[in-house]
Design a protein around this ligand. Structure first.
Ligand SMILES: [Ca+2]
Ligand SMILES: [Ca+2]
Length: 144
């Protein structure tokens, strides 16, 4: 059977292309494990595609709601572990880790690149807005 995986958020694919990733056996195994878990948890279900092509695909029946900007703001504030009103790279990484990012180090690096306007490797209160815009765009979902 020819399985095709339909991703609801193609902008969030962290590999260059799915085909490229599929040539990497480790990535492929990780992906299989992840999809098995999702199917087992009932987050995704196997459906017949309605497209003209004769495909079978996964469709998300997620009921989780993405975090709002306000919730993310609170979330990131809680991750300022040393309370200096700045988010360091490590604090950011932990925050993305807690958001269930598959690659928190990458996310922290990207967020820092987008939001750290003065280049001091910390997100200040003034820079928080850009960080929130970035994080909201990824549509992290609240886990029940
Ligand atoms: Ca801090
Ligand atoms: Ca900064």
């Amino acid at each position: 059977m020819n399985l095709t995986i339909v991703l609801s958020q193609p902008s969030d694919i962290e590999s260059h292309t799915v085909n490229q990733a599929l040539t990497d056996p480790k990535w492929r195994q990780a992906m299989n494990d992840e999809f098995d878990a999702l199917v087992r948890n009932g987050t995704w279900e196997l459906v017949s595609s309605t497209s003209m092509q004769n495909l079978v695909g996964y469709e998300c029946k997620c009921t989780d709601i993405p975090y709002t900007k306000q919730q993310l703001h609170e979330f990131f504030k809680q991750h300022d572990k040393n309370g200096n009103n700045l988010l360091s790279k490590e604090e950011l990484k932990k925050a993305f880790d807690d958001l269930q990012s598959r690659n928190p180090g990458f996310r922290a690096w990207r967020a820092m690149g987008k939001a750290d306007a003065d280049g001091d490797q910390h997100i200040s209160q003034q820079e928080m807005e850009a960080l929130l815009d970035y994080a909201v765009g990824i549509k992290y979902q609240i886990k029940a």
